[in-house]
Design a protein around this ligand. Structure first.
Ligand code: SF4
Length: 140
């Protein structure tokens, strides 16, 4: 699956959930997207929910901003670094971000970064449209 395919499919799932939550205010929507509620009530939103597993080991994990507004991808590649193609990166150069490097590709690795999963951050960039929050992520 390409980045863009995942992005479109995930945004559609997010929008479908939001259609059900029109009766909630913004704070209640953010609360709804807490891992403990999502794992019970939105089982198809994330494949990890089936195993009751979190993508990051943190107590108050919020799933509203999966993925991250600071992520940038280009399925055709941004640039070449030697023989390798750079496909994704972090726009804020988070010190907790890293890179997956294979023989031919470089991808952003967000495993160690909690930025988009903290509710303070979700509140800061919140929009009821996931695609609006993520409007700079696709760089194709
Ligand atoms: S490293 Fe952190 S801030 Fe940067 S794209 Fe990944 S999750 Fe977002």
């Amino acid at each position: 699956m390409s980045y863009k395919e995942w992005f479109d499919a995930h945004g559609a799932k997010h929008a479908k959930i939001m259609e059900k939550l029109t009766h909630l205010n913004d704070a209640e929507v953010i609360e709804y997207f807490r891992f403990e509620n999502m794992v019970r009530n939105e089982t198809n939103f994330c494949p990890l929910y089936a195993e009751n597993k979190k993508c990051h080991d943190m107590e108050d994990l919020n799933c509203y901003l999966c993925a991250c507004p600071n992520f940038r991808f280009n399925d055709k590649g941004f640039t070449k670094e030697g023989e390798k193609t750079l496909f994704s990166t972090c726009s804020i150069e988070s010190p907790d971000g890293d890179r997956y490097i294979s023989a031919q590709a470089i991808h952003q690795n967000c495993v160690g970064c909690l930025v988009p999963h903290r509710e303070s951050y979700v509140r800061k960039v919140f929009d009821r449209s996931w695609f609006a929050v993520m409007n700079e992520v696709v760089c194709e």
